[in-house]
Design a protein around this ligand. Structure first.
Ligand SMILES: [Zn+2]
Length: 270
């Protein structure tokens, strides 16, 4: 599933091709995504892309008239291709630009979306209640400490809650908790300020590192073959159950939390 780093890398990958360019045509081959692609998406035609931003895992294609909101769901990916590139089975939407390029949304499982709003996009129901971006100054250990007081939720669930902070997916929750030495099962309200300072720093570091690794694959965005923008990451715990901990050599343990694989070192994480 595309996580925040993949979406950010997608944003970086498409921006040089599309920013400042005007839309010639929007081709919707299959509107049946998670929510139907609205017919109003055709309002994009003739407009210039003035900004390409990301909020959580939503990509925002901004114009002076409205904003297209794009989400890659479970299996979506974006490519920048020349006009006339034949569409494959799951190529649901093309946005064609006057510069001869098109932005193609491919999504086999169709959990992604493409919506259009003329309102202030931050007030859109999908975005209005989201917590801060993890890589901004609005997110730090003091913030986590304050928000966690009185909360009995397990820390892993707490940092994966989009109302608390966006973009900490399952892999990154596992990795940052290991790096911070915090057990995923510990009650959020029972963790002190110092440990939250460490955790917030590790969340930022693990996400920034993944984005940096993804940056090396940017050239793939204009290729017509292969997967664009997704990358193998160096993981310390996720996917390594029953393998030795890189810190202490003891065996990593796997449990399920909210149905998600949770791998941790019982010795190093308390
Ligand atoms: Zn260990």
């Amino acid at each position: 599933m595309p996580e925040l780093p993949e979406v950010e890398v997608s944003r970086l990958g498409i921006t040089p091709h599309l920013l400042g360019e005007s839309v010639m045509r929007v081709v919707v081959r299959n509107p049946s995504l998670r929510w139907p692609v609205p017919t109003e998406i055709q309002e994009l035609t003739g407009l210039t892309i003035t900004g390409i931003r990301r909020r959580a895992k939503y990509l925002l294609l901004e114009t002076d008239w409205g904003t297209a909101i794009l989400h890659l769901g479970m299996s979506g990916n974006l490519k920048v291709l020349p006009h006339g590139t034949p569409a494959g089975k799951h190529d649901h939407v093309d946005i064609e630009f006057a510069n001869g390029k098109l932005l193609r949304l491919n999504d086999p499982r169709r959990f992604g979306c493409l919506l259009w709003t003329r309102e202030a996009v931050e007030q859109h129901p999908l975005l209005a209640r989201l917590g801060p971006e993890p890589l901004t100054d609005a997110f730090d250990g003091d913030y986590l400490y304050q928000r966690s007081r009185g909360r009995k939720t397990a820390i892993k669930q707490f940092i994966m809650d989009n109302h608390i902070v966006v973009g900490v997916g399952n892999i990154y929750a596992n990795e940052s908790l290991f790096a911070a030495g915090i057990s995923p099962k510990r009650e959020a309200g029972n963790i002190g300020r110092e440990r939250y300072l460490k955790l917030a720093g590790e969340i930022k570091a693990v996400l920034a590192k993944a984005i940096g690794q993804g940056g090396t694959t940017l050239k793939d965005f204009t290729g017509s073959d292969g997967k664009p923008g997704y990358f193998v990451q160096e993981l310390q715990v996720y996917g390594r159950a029953e393998q030795p901990c890189v810190q202490c050599g003891g065996l990593l343990k796997e449990i399920r939390m909210n149905g998600r694989s949770t791998v941790f070192c019982p010795r190093c994480q308390r």
